[in-house]
Design a protein around this ligand. Structure first.
Ligand SMILES: Cc1ncc(COP(=O)(O)O)c(C=O)c1O
Ligand SMILES: C[C@@H](O)[C@H](N)C(=O)O
Length: 374
């Protein structure tokens, strides 16, 4: 694996920490400087066309974050309260976007627990759709899926069934595709094949792909135009966006083809951790490992501290691998886990192993709660 000189090399808290590569910075120097609010920037316009075409959609819009991408897509589908969206109870649009659905879209949420504990099925969803015009209800107007979710891949066959169900009831489909790149890289299924089943998709280029900033939303021109309106209203209109779009374009070209390698590194680490006696809260399928610290009796605060001692950043049970993760850091991670296991065993032996959740720690802020119930 290429070793990058990046502060992200030792950071396992997320794949959002990746830093711009020299080629991205070089591309920024030669980007066009048009005003994107007036749609005059060629670099940005070209990126939007590129991603939209990759997804098999007629229109795209560059936005500054995945949160903005999701929220303006969902708002563009939600016209008249009372209305609701249906999503996985762990979905980022529900758990990690600062209540945007309530504030920006005046929407209720129907959070659904997948029976298989990993991904939603059409059968799960059918039971929870709010249909009809009973004045007591907030009818379901959008089904919002997430792929990957916690690094797990949603089978396209299930997505197809859910899409058919949605369309039978005139319900829109949105995909939080912050890591759809990872799902596509792992399955070999194209972005455009996934795109067939959704009215809008939001794809982050700032996570595993490594761009410093940016997400592209895709869909039909009228929906993207409405979303652009909400982007502007939120102060998200970007002037010389080409600087950011240029880096994002390089990230797609250079990093998308490398994601499979990241997944192989992740799975190798997972098997080594399993040999040490660790188990996982959800399957390891792409670039995340969710350690079952509770089952191992490991206090997250201990793991975080052991990582700090070794000069690596661990945020808790979720271990994120990205293309800038160094081999040396992975070896240190294994050492930190080994040491934490030893401490857990010592505490257990003397009856003091009360594993508690750290207050306000990222260890439990990001995703951990969604699978601890698991
Ligand atoms: C699945 C998912 N969707 C959306 C987002 C939001 O992206 P951003 O942090 O750029 O707002 C994130 C986090 O970065 C995420 O993990
Ligand atoms: C924290 C969360 O918003 C971010 N998307 C992550 O996965 O790290």
């Amino acid at each position: 694996m290429t070793e990058y000189k990046s502060i992200a090399a030792t950071d396992f808290k997320s794949d959002t920490v990746t830093t711009p590569t020299p080629s991205m910075l070089q591309a920024m120097l030669t980007a066009t400087h048009g005003d994107d609010v007036y749609k005059e920037d060629k670099t940005t316009n070209d990126l939007q066309v590129r991603v939209a075409e990759m997804c098999g959609k007629p229109a795209g819009l560059f936005v500054v974050s995945g949160t903005m991408g999701n929220q303006i897509c969902l708002r563009a589908h939600l016209h008249q309260p009372p209305h609701s969206i249906l999503c996985d109870y762990r979905a980022h649009v529900y758990t990690h976007e600062a209540g945007g659905l309530a504030t920006l879209s005046q929407a209720m949420v129907t959070p659904v627990h997948p029976r298989n504990k990993i991904y939603l099925t059409a059968e799960d969803i059918e039971d929870y759709l709010i249909l009809g015009d009973d004045i007591h209800t907030a009818p379901t107007r959008v089904i919002s899926l997430e792929n990957t979710l916690g690094g797990t891949i949603m089978p396209i066959e299930e997505i197809a069934k859910i899409s058919t169900l949605a369309r039978q009831h005139g319900i829109k489909m949105h995909l939080d595709g912050a890591r759809l790149w990872n799902a596509a890289a792992e399955t070999g299924i194209s972005l455009s094949e996934y795109g067939k089943y959704f009215d809008t998709m939001s794809l982050c280029i700032s996570k595993g792909l490594g761009a410093p900033v940016g997400t592209v939303i895709v869909g039909e021109p009228d929906v993207i135009q409405t979303a652009n309106w909400f982007r502007k209203q939120a102060g998200g209109g970007i002037r010389q966006a080409g600087l950011l779009a240029a880096a994002a374009d390089v990230a797609i070209t250079e990093t998308f083809p490398k994601l499979k390698i990241t997944h192989e590194v992740t799975k190798k680490l997972a098997s080594e951790l399993e040999e040490m006696g660790l188990t996982f809260q959800i399957p390891v399928q792409t670039n995340f490992i969710f350690l079952d610290l509770m089952k191992a009796g490991i206090d997250p605060a201990v793991l975080i501290e052991e990582g700090n001692k070794l000069g690596i950043t661990i945020a808790g049970a979720r271990i994120a691998i990205h293309y800038q993760t160094s081999t040396a850091a992975i070896e240190k991670l294994k050492l930190a886990v080994k040491k934490s296991l030893e401490i857990a065993k010592q505490r257990h032996a003397n009856g003091t192993n009360g594993v508690k959740k750290p207050e306000g720690s990222l260890a439990y802020a990001v995703y951990d709660k969604i699978v601890v119930d698991h």
